[in-house]
Design a binder for this molecule. Structure first.
Ligand SMILES: Cc1cc2nc3c(=O)[nH]c(=O)nc-3n(C[C@H](O)[C@H](O)[C@H](O)COP(=O)(O)OP(=O)(O)OC[C@H]3O[C@@H](n4cnc5c(N)ncnc54)[C@H](O)[C@@H]3O)c2cc1C
Length: 331
């Protein structure tokens, strides 16, 4: 039995996506998670959940859009809560030129005027003269998405063993390490990039899709989570300090929401959170073999966007390198 199964270590978005992909391809899998519950201590718990390959294209490597675009279909297939209503980018009048520069660096968008914006998001009518609409982009609630993947695994009889770090496999080739930043001992070029976010609640405004507000220092966005909840994210700081959200970051994030719509001024603050994104020097995810163990890591700020690609890479690798593959398949 021990030789016929793969252990995935870590139940963040990387580990769960790998387990879903491997089980879909017929591998017997189990998942080992150090925390006692899903999301506890996982960077994935703090994510915004934007599946925005073309918005990201404006500020990151072209690989992010190329590898991330197919993930929207993956999430629609694997998590029914995935919402594909596009996303919007706007800028305050003083930063209107930034909108043009943003548009020049990407694709798959439409320019919309103030009326177009109001048609898409009635509560934003009259607030901005123009914006960019990316109709093919999607978003999800990361916490519900992790729970959805866990439910899929349960339905496939893939166990998630909480509260342990023991993968039980004697053969390192049977282990897929998805520990995020905790794997740094084996991946010395992995670093943490601090991100901070806020969740607020208000019934005074509703949005159907994520909205980015161009800002000189922080790529700010607001993601609707339903039932009056909004996630406002996210700072990106080259620091590995694990501490609570700073006052400066909180003010920047709250100002962004207020600039988008003054109704956010009356919103209740539900949560302030911070974590460290696991990132390699090129800020792209990679699959690497270290002492026989396969590591899938480096999702940086694209955890939900690039986890399906990373999981596909892991599954392809295990399928093709493996002489004993038929034995490892479920009956
Ligand atoms: C504020 C913020 C906003 C973000 N917004 C977005 C966004 O909008 N879209 C997006 O795609 N990405 C976003 N990200 C990035 C995303 O959250 C990360 O890329 C992603 O969560 C990394 O996932 P992971 O599975 O590699 O790591 P993690 O989520 O950290 O998972 C690692 C898991 O391994 C477990 N573990 C550690 N050590 C052990 C061990 N020895 N044994 C067993 N288990 C172990 C941990 O407990 C944890 O559950 C954001 C991040 C932050 C901080």
């Amino acid at each position: 039995m021990d030789r016929s199964a793969i252990s995935v270590i870590g139940a963040g978005v990387a580990g769960l996506s790998c387990a879903v992909e491997l089980s879909a391809r017929g591998f017997a899998v189990d998942v080992v998670e150090r925390a006692s519950a899903l999301g506890e201590g996982a960077c994935s718990w703090m994510a915004g959940g934007m599946l925005a390959p073309w918005c990201e294209r404006a500020t990151t490597d072209e690989a992010v859009a190329r590898l991330g675009a197919p993930s929207i279909t993956w999430w629609l297939r694997n998590f029914p809560g995935t919402v594909q209503k596009g996303s919007l980018v706007v800028a305050p009048p003083r930063d209107a030129a930034d909108l043009t520069r943003f548009a020049q660096r990407t694709e798959r968008f439409e320019w919309i005027d103030g009326d177009g914006l109001g048609n898409l998001e009635p509560d934003l009518a009259g607030r901005f003269r123009r914006g960019l609409f990316f109709p093919d982009e999607a978003h999800l609630d990361p916490r519900k998405a992790l729970a959805g993947l866990a439910a899929t695994l349960a339905a496939r009889n893939v166990p998630i063993r909480f509260g342990t770090t023991d993968a039980r496999r004697r053969d390192p080739k049977l282990v897929v390490d998805c520990r995020g930043l905790a794997a740094r001992g084996h991946l010395p070029d992995l670093r943490g990039v601090r991100g901070e976010m806020i969740v607020v609640h208000t019934r005074d405004i509703s949005l159907s899709r994520p909205v980015r507000l161009l800002h000189p220092r922080i790529p700010l966005y607001i993601v609707p989570r339903g039932e009056g909840l909004f996630m406002i994210g996210a700072t990106m700081i080259e620091s590995e300090e694990r501490r609570a959200v700073s006052l400066r970051s909180a003010v920047e994030l709250m100002n962004a929401a207020y600039t988008l719509h003054p109704a956010f001024g009356e919103a209740e603050i539900v949560e302030l959170g911070a974590d460290l994104r696991p990132a390699f020097p090129d800020n792209l995810p990679h699959v690497r073999q270290v002492d026989g163990v396969l590591h899938a890591n480096g999702l940086f700020r694209h955890g939900f966007l690039l986890a399906p690609w990373l999981a596909g890479q892991v599954a392809d690798f295990l399928e093709t390198r493996d002489e004993d593959l038929p034995e490892r398949r479920r009956a």
